[in-house]
Design a protein around this ligand. Structure first.
Ligand code: NDP
Length: 325
């Protein structure tokens, strides 16, 4: 065991500042954060995971995960995340289910603050992931929960027998569209180009689904409706023409933005907000590592995030070993 740690359950209680410095604080509890927790816990580093108010990352909003290795029949997203957490806890990882409010990486040990706790850490692994983007239309906010949704698995049930539009052309849009056909009478995918970004297998499934149709080369100019959604105004980018499309629900599935707001001024970020990577999991600050979607625009898969978490955990362990020499 590496000395200088104090990871009693009591010290995790809300409202307590911890005087001793942790070996590793992991921020985030998706596949990246939890895999980093499993690796660093098993290396006896007693990691503390600041898991967030909604622990588990994006997979807790998913139904069946079909492409995570080891589950030939698929596994429910929330169950997979709960299993990962239990696995980390078995090796003595501790969890704080709060969001990080601020960090200070200018002084060592590093400082990580939540609403009720202040942690000091020798190393930090940032695995806060990314969250769904919105279109940015005024009526999108106004009609949120009144027909506008960012989560098909959460809200699809409310659209039994109705007509809905899904905005986007990626895997999320098609997965949402297919899920929504369980409830909705008709699902229309609105995409801004004439080619989908989604994987071929998802495209094949969506094209084969009789309840799904497509509107190409079009963006949403406005979402219509007084108290609830009645339709969208679309603009065809090729012809420049606007038209109204009637629907009862609008599911926005236009990608994700990294959760890095709390890192501004503390660490180098790319223009898009993703953490700038230096040689694998390293960041611009020595001793601070990144893992998963928060620094990955290219793959963004649960399994690639888990792989990153493994690498970040091993890199943090090696860094601590080097410092001890
Ligand atoms: P993506 O970034 O892959 O796709 C976003 C889509 O939204 C694109 O088609 C994009 O258009 C469109 N878009 C972006 N901004 C706007 C806008 N302002 N107005 C209109 N359309 C817009 O995000 P996803 O969330 O779909 O997927 C993220 C990652 O997760 C991917 O790697 C994906 O493969 C993976 N994933 C895998 C799943 C699975 O395997 N079951 C399920 C869900 C996601 P354009 O194409 O023109 O850029």
């Amino acid at each position: 065991m590496v000395p200088g740690t104090d990871t009693t359950g009591d010290a995790m209680a809300k409202g307590k500042s911890r005087e001793k410095s942790e070996n590793v604080v992991i921020i985030g509890s998706g596949p990246a954060g939890l895999t980093a927790a499993i690796y660093t816990a098993r290396a006896d580093l007693n990691p503390v995971v600041v898991a967030g108010m909604r622990p588990g990352g994006q997979l807790v909003d998913t139904t069946t995960v079909e492409i995570f290795p080891g589950f030939p029949d698929g596994i429910d997203g929330p169950e997979l995340m709960m299993n990962m957490r239990k696995q980390a806890e078995r090796f003595n990882a501790k969890f704080i289910d709060e969001d990080v409010v601020s960090v200070d990486f200018r002084k060592r040990p590093f400082t990580i603050r939540t609403e009720t706790a202040e942690l000091k850490a020798e190393t930090v692994i940032i695995a806060t992931g990314a969250s769904a983007k919105w279109l940015g239309l005024p009526n999108e906010k106004r009609l949120a929960g009144k027909g506008v949704s960012g989560c098909a698995t959460c809200d699809g049930f409310f659209f039994k027998g109705k007509e809905v539009a899904v905005i986007g052309g990626g895997d999320t849009a098609l997965e949402d569209a297919m899920f929504l056909t369980r409830y909705a009478a008709k699902v229309t995918v609105v995409h801004r180009r004439d080619k989908l970004r989604a994987s071929m297998i998802m495209q094949d499934r969506a094209f084969a689904n009789k309840k799904i149709s497509f509107i190409w080369d079009s963006v949403v100019e406005d979402i219509l409706g007084a108290d609830k959604v009645t339709g969208v105004r679309l603009k065809n980018l090729k012809t420049g023409k606007s038209s109204e499309f009637k629907c009862d629900g609008v599911f926005v599935a236009v990608g994700h933005a990294p959760a890095t707001g709390f890192l501004k001024g503390q660490i180098e970020l790319e223009e898009t907000g993703y953490i700038r990577k230096y040689n694998g999991t390293k960041t611009s600050v020595e001793g601070v590592f990144s893992a998963g979607d928060v620094a990955d625009k290219a793959y963004r898969q649960a399994v690639s995030a888990a792989g990153d978490g493994c690498r970040a955990g091993i890199d943090a362990e090696r860094y601590l070993q080097e410092k001890k020499k």
